[in-house]
Design a binder for this molecule. Structure first.
Ligand code: HEC
Ligand code: HEC
Length: 411
């Protein structure tokens, strides 16, 4: 008996040791730079790296009712929607709404629109969509990498790319959105406002945010109910009362925190391509141009002069023109922002596309609300200005289609 126990103990020890050794072998190596989206751009100074890390920390901060969350909110941190700085999942979708009347879109601000705060802290009642709303859209979170480069492309470039009346007759127009600037907006030399003092929008699915500060201040307020020096008003549930806000004194975060997050977004590295040398990928890249995907998903852009050296006069490959395009009836959610039509969406950058499933639970959820569950499905949903390009894709041979998909996955 004793001997038996001893032997089995010995066996267990040996097995334990072996599996420990095996585990050592199996520990996953750190993922390569081109397999992850997060990480800073190369070439930042020590001071810039410190600011990047501060912003990274603020981007991950989880708010509680004690630190200002709500009273009405969607979720409690930037990172919970932009996990790993990649795309979000349909479970982290935002809902926006408004009302069409006589051809005009009213974001129903006086009823808590355009964005729904579907959660509330204890003691408060979450918002619901008002019955007046007849235009409702859902938005999945986009990846937030490489945005500093997109933010540094001068307005003149976007205006030169736009072709609102389709003067070249290729069926693809492309317009800029014009947005009323918030009070805290500060103009750069290259900003080109229109006659009504509105500025070109470039972030968000409707291009409704002029710059990364605008987008960030809105996100703090609308997504988490966090006030800052830039915007001191908490979201309100007007269905309950126009007075009800949380009990934390405003501002809930200082300007410096918001600015560090903006710096973080500006200096997050652009996604790095994979498998560029493969034959199928190279064939797909050529076909992407031939079938005119590249007319909207513009492969190359160049930044202007920037106060951050690594962003200054840089050529980069985002696969977007940052313009609005009419995408047809199927993608028209009867909702809009700025001067965009309901069927118009800003071309999303395709860089990082192949890494989307890593942030989306192993699947693809593409297009503005995640309705496409594969890249091919996304392509087949292109209508309006992109209908011709979609038909071109459908007419490719099976191998050619696979090449286009291989190319898109390499981005
Ligand atoms: C509830 C989920 C959610 C939270 C929380 C959230 N976001 Fe977002 N984010 C989104 C969605 C959805 C969009 C697309 C919005 C749109 O199209 O207008 C977006 C868009 C963006 C964009 C624009 C990207 C582009 O390509 O145009 C930036 C930048 C951004 N978010 C930063 C932040 C920051 C910074 C925070 C925290 C302060 C934050 N987000 C919190 C869901 C979220
Ligand atoms: C007329 C401009 C235009 C053309 C041409 C075009 N696209 Fe798009 N593409 C868009 C817009 C705008 C969206 C976003 C639509 C939405 O969010 O509902 C989009 C979305 C996508 C998406 C989903 C991206 C994401 O992150 O959700 C993929 C993939 C894509 N396009 C690939 C292609 C391919 C491949 C072609 C060529 C067959 C093509 N596109 C042609 C404008 C265009």
């Amino acid at each position: 008996m004793r001997l038996k126990i001893k032997t089995s103990l010995l066996c267990l020890t040996v097995i334990g040791l072996l599996s420990f050794l095996a585990c050592e072998d199996l520990l996953p190596p750190a993922p390569a730079d081109n397999e992850v989206l997060d990480g800073q751009m190369e070439g930042l100074s020590a001071t810039q790296t410190r600011l990047f890390l501060e912003g990274d920390e603020a981007f991950s901060e989880v708010f509680t009712p004690e630190t200002g969350l709500g009273a009405y909110f969607v979720t409690s941190s930037c990172i919970s929607c932009h996990s790993g700085d990649g795309k979000g999942h349909p479970s982290t979708t935002l809902t926006r709404f408004g009302k069409w009347e006589n051809g005009q879109f009213d974001p129903l601000t006086h009823l808590g629109g355009g964005q729904l705060q579907n959660r509330a802290i204890a003691g408060f009642q979450a918002e619901t969509i008002p019955v007046e709303a007849n235009g409702i859209a859902k938005f999945t979170p986009p990846a937030v990498t490489g945005l500093g480069l997109l933010a540094a492309v001068p307005d003149a470039t976007l205006l030169a790319l736009s072709d609102p009346d389709d003067a070249d007759g290729d069926g693809i127009s492309g317009r800029v959105n014009y947005i009323n600037p918030p009070d805290f907006f500060s103009q750069l030399k290259w900003h080109l406002p229109d006659d009504e003092g509105r500025y070109i929008g470039r972030f968000g699915k409707k291009a409704a945010a002029i710059d990364l500060l605008h987008q960030t201040v809105n996100a703090y307020k609308q997504d988490m109910g966090i006030t800052s020096d830039f915007d001191m008003e908490d979201p309100i549930n007007y269905a309950v009362s126009a007075q009800q806000t949380d009990l934390v004194a405003d501002h809930e975060i200082p300007a410096a925190t918001v600015q560090s997050v903006v710096f973080y977004l500006r200096t997050l590295k652009a996604p790095i391509r994979r498998n560029e040398q493969e034959m199928m990928v190279q064939l797909g890249e050529q076909l992407f141009k031939d079938i005119e995907c590249s007319k909207c998903h513009l492969p190359t852009m160049t930044t202007g002069i920037s106060d951050i050296e690594v962003l200054s006069e840089i050529q980069f490959h985002p696969y977007t023109d940052l313009l609005l395009h009419d995408m047809g009836a199927e993608l028209n959610d009867n909702y809009t922002e700025g001067i965009a039509e309901a069927a118009e969406w800003r071309t999303p950058p395709l860089w990082g596309l192949g890494l989307s499933p890593d942030a989306q639970g192993g699947n693809y959820f593409l297009m503005h609300d995640g309705r496409a569950t594969s890249i091919e499905e996304a392509i087949l949903m292109h209508g309006g200005e992109a209908a011709k390009s979609r038909t071109n894709y459908s007419e490719l041979s099976q191998t050619e289609k696979e090449a286009v998909l291989a190319f898109l996955e390499s981005l």
